[in-house]
Design a binder for this molecule. Structure first.
Ligand code: PLP
Length: 470
């Protein structure tokens, strides 16, 4: 057990966590000391509370609990208005892999389409024609990032639907042709794993390839699983929990020129890994708008034609024949326009965004200097804006809870032994339970505020580890 700290030692610990700041104690009533941590310009960056153990003798009281939180949270109303105002500000968002906020330029492009009567299927009037033109522009903007003809892009409600369409949409073809074998990986998103489960129920054989400790599947593993009757190989482009890129080009090459189709879930890389996706000759690619600052509720599936062959993918539902019958239903024009605009902006800005994300990554690595941590996944294969990291002896749930007023992060999946919801991705990578329970996923963009947040994370992690019972 760690040695109990007395009051001065606890203050000293806090001071060492924030070496460039001043620790100011405000009040010491009822066995509790509250205070704030101030930068040199007087702004408060955090607040703290020390709960002291009551002692009847005259010995120096020991500290029962030290809590550090958002500004204003524990500072016992010191009358510091600035500190109080800061406590109202939102935490820094570092969960960009889950979803991105919408770019205001995207919203601007969408507004007129919300306000106008816009049904791209109405051919008899100018409103319908305008809407159709807007949808076709968006289709070109998305196709451009995939180096595909626009007519091969089909709008859906998001990557979940695209994955379902790509996988379950092949069921009829597979059953008809007797090709009832499918290969994927054990670390796919649930939006791939669950449709694969459904295929199994329909009588298909599904092989889920294992991955290395680095978080990627080896092409040789896929090659070993391939059979003459393999209908589909589906491998994600980058994993959402770890940011690790998969060798999709090599895997696509394994099936090139055969009857086996190749699909990739590119929800995490579309608009980011632009040259890689432009050069990938996948038969199907799933993409999503809300990972690239576009609106939620829209995505697309690229379905490449193979020569003059009929498309093997069948729709999952039937109706008005929109999207050439593959995905019927009124196309949401405003959402589609927003997705197109987000893709256009990504096409123009991905290089500068990437450079900024890399710089922030470097800052994070600098901040982590001196802390015990392990990066989950091969850093050489990582997207620049994602890091899945386990801090030695620091439970991720406790860390996230303590930091929740400063940083919005996740660990991809809950880690609670009673619910058995450990990350299956990290489990498949072969990590032991403790490392998985200590893991958090940080995903940022090009916004500098991440740097401040990392500093805070570093401080808290140092603090937690210092109490660790090793
Ligand atoms: N696939 C991957 C790899 C993802 O990260 C996500 C989103 O979390 C999805 C699919 C689902 O995408 P959507 O929210 O557009 O349905």
């Amino acid at each position: 057990m760690p040695k109990p700290l007395n009051y001065d030692e606890a203050l000293d610990r806090i001071q060492r966590m924030f070496p460039d700041h001043e620790v100011v104690v405000y009040d010491g009533d009822h066995g509790q000391e509250s205070g704030i941590i101030e930068a040199s310009d007087g702004t408060a960056v955090a607040s703290f509370r020390l709960t002291l153990k009551e002692r009847s003798d005259s010995a120096i009281p020991t500290v029962k609990k030290v809590r550090i939180g958002a500004v204003g949270q524990f500072c016992g109303m010191p009358g510091d208005i600035q500190a109080f105002e800061q406590s109202q500000s939102d935490p820094v968002y570092l969960d960009y892999n889950a979803t991105t906020p919408m770019d205001p330029r995207v919203l601007q492009a969408m507004i007129p389409w919300f306000l106008a009567p816009s049904n791209a299927g109405s051919r008899t009037h100018i409103y319908g024609q305008r809407a159709k033109e807007a949808v076709e522009t968006a289709r070109r903007q998305i196709a451009d990032l995939l180096n595909a003809p626009p007519e091969e892009v089909f709008f859906t409600s998001g990557a979940t639907e695209s994955n379902n369409l790509a996988i379950l949409g092949l069921a009829e073809h597979g059953l008809k042709t007797g090709r009832k074998h499918v290969i994927s990986t054990a670390i796919e998103h649930k939006a791939v794993l669950e449709p694969l489960d459904r295929l199994r129920q329909l009588g298909f054989e599904v092989d889920l390839a294992p991955v290395t400790r680095g978080g990627f599947v080896e092409p040789e593993t896929i090659q070993r699983l391939l059979r003459p009757e393999t209908l589909l190989v589906s491998v994600m482009h980058a994993n959402n929990e770890t940011g690790i890129l998969q060798p999709v080009h090599e895997i696509q090459q394994l099936v090139a020129g055969t009857d086996t189709l190749f699909h990739t879930d590119a929800a995490q890389t579309f608009g980011k890994e632009v040259p890689a996706l432009r050069s990938l000759k996948a038969d199907m690619v799933s993409v999503s708008s809300h990972k690239i600052y576009g609106p939620q509720g829209v995505g697309a599936l690229l379905v490449r034609r193979r020569g003059i062959q009929k498309r093997p993918v069948q729709p999952l539902f039937y109706g008005g024949g929109q999207e050439r019958g593959l995905r019927p239903g009124t196309v949401p024009v405003a959402l589609t326009v927003g997705f197109g605009e987000a893709a256009r902006l990504a096409g123009e800005e991905w290089q500068s965004n990437r450079a900024a994300a890399l710089q922030i990554r470097q800052q994070l690595l600098n901040d982590l200097n001196g802390i015990e941590y392990q990066i989950n996944g091969d850093p050489e294969r990582s997207l620049p804006h994602v890091m899945n990291v386990s801090f030695t002896c620091v439970d991720s749930e406790a860390l996230m809870l303590t930091l929740r007023d400063q940083i919005a992060i996740s660990n991809g999946s809950a880690c609670n032994t009673t619910q058995h919801q450990q990350s299956y991705v990290l489990k498949m990578m072969g990590f032991e339970d403790e490392r998985i329970c200590n893991s958090i996923r940080l995903s940022w963009n090009h916004d500098e505020s991440a740097k401040v947040a990392f500093h805070c994370l570093q401080s808290l992690t140092t603090y937690f580890s210092s109490f660790a019972d090793r």
